[in-house]
Design a protein around this ligand. Structure first.
Ligand code: CP
Length: 314
């Protein structure tokens, strides 16, 4: 039993996809599919979270995750409060726990939290009051569960619900990627036929993260016949750490160009969580091309986050 699931089997917080039953993941994907029109603002907002206040509490920058949680909460009827650590009393030394407890005292019931430290959101969940719910919006290199869910939804829409037929390739800095970890948890839970992982050895983890995956450094070879390519952002600080020799060199070996993509299955799709380093891990031609699902991922982010908030707080 993970700490995010109650003794009666109900999801209390969403901290990670690791260990989450396939049935629960599928329920969230199904619900996101059902409410997609509301998520996209095509139909009237729902009222399932009327009277609920949700706070996005971010200790790290974000564009997509924060905005889509904000929109998702509003489209469910909730009141939304955005607290950005860079302009809050965090700057005066207030702890994350005190920040959370003070906002709870104002009647906030749901917190969407991003933090630079592994496990920080789970720690906060353990310190929260009885009726408070937390969603992990990305902690350190550990987990970004709603990104894993929206990526799975995007793949399911493009390729169908039977993941056992799919060959999926994840490319880049897996070692430092919370997105990759959550994608791997989702892909495994959904029974993906083959998961390939490719990147420079210095950026691939050597622990249990890649258990059961086909691992390689030769991008061209790993692309052969795959149905989906999930590109990861190259975190530029890896160059300063000496893990990547130069951006040009990285692009030459691990950049996805249209020519390279032709090695994948003819109808292969390309995903990237954003933000994109154009010309580094992916060319403009691919990022904006017909096989790219990048903006579909972003739209699905609102629907998934609505489904998650509704399941936790509705
Ligand atoms: N994909 C993602 O987490 O993007 P943001 O950092 O902009 O939220």
């Amino acid at each position: 039993m993970t700490p995010q699931i109650d003794s009666d089997g109900r999801l209390r917080h969403l901290l990670t996809l690791d260990g989450l039953p396939k049935e629960m993941i599928c329920r969230m994907l199904d619900r996101a599919g059902q409410i997609r029109d509301t998520a996209l603002g095509r139909t009237q907002r729902r009222h399932s979270l009327d009277g609920t206040t949700i706070c996005t509490l971010f200790f790290e920058p974000s564009t997509r995750t924060r905005s889509s949680f904000h929109i998702a909460a509003q489209r469910l009827g909730a009141d939304v409060l955005n607290v950005d650590a860079s302009t809050s009393s965090t700057r005066k030394g207030e702890t994350a726990r005190d920040t959370l407890r003070n906002l709870e005292a104002m009647g906030v019931r749901g917190f969407v939290v991003r933090h630079a430290e592994d496990g920080a959101v789970a720690t906060l969940a353990g310190e929260a009051g009885e009726g408070t719910t937390l969603v992990n919006a990305g902690d350190g290199t550990s987990a970004h569960p709603t990104q894993g869910l929206l990526d799975a939804l995007t793949l399911r829409q493009a390729k169908g619900a039977d993941f056992s037929k799919l060959k999926v390739l994840i490319v880049g800095d897996v070692k430092h990627s919370r997105v990759a970890r959550s994608d791997l948890h989702a892909l495994r839970a959904l029974g993906t036929g083959e998961i390939r992982v490719c990147g420079p050895s210095a950026l691939l983890p050597d622990d249990a993260t890649l258990a059961g995956c086909t691992i390689g450094n030769d991008f061209d070879a790993m692309l052969e016949g795959v149905d989906a390519v999930m590109m990861l952002r190259l975190q530029r600080e890896r160059m300063e750490e000496g893990l990547v020799s130069s951006l040009e060199d990285y692009h030459r070996q691990y950049g996805l160009s249209a020519q390279r993509l032709s090695r994948a299955a003819k109808d292969a799709v390309v995903l990237h969580p954003g933000p994109i380093n154009r010309g580094v891990e992916i060319t403009d031609e691919v990022a904006d091309g017909p096989q790219s699902l990048v903006l579909r991922q972003v739209s699905n982010g609102v629907a998934i986050r609505m489904a998650v908030l509704e399941m936790l707080l509705g």
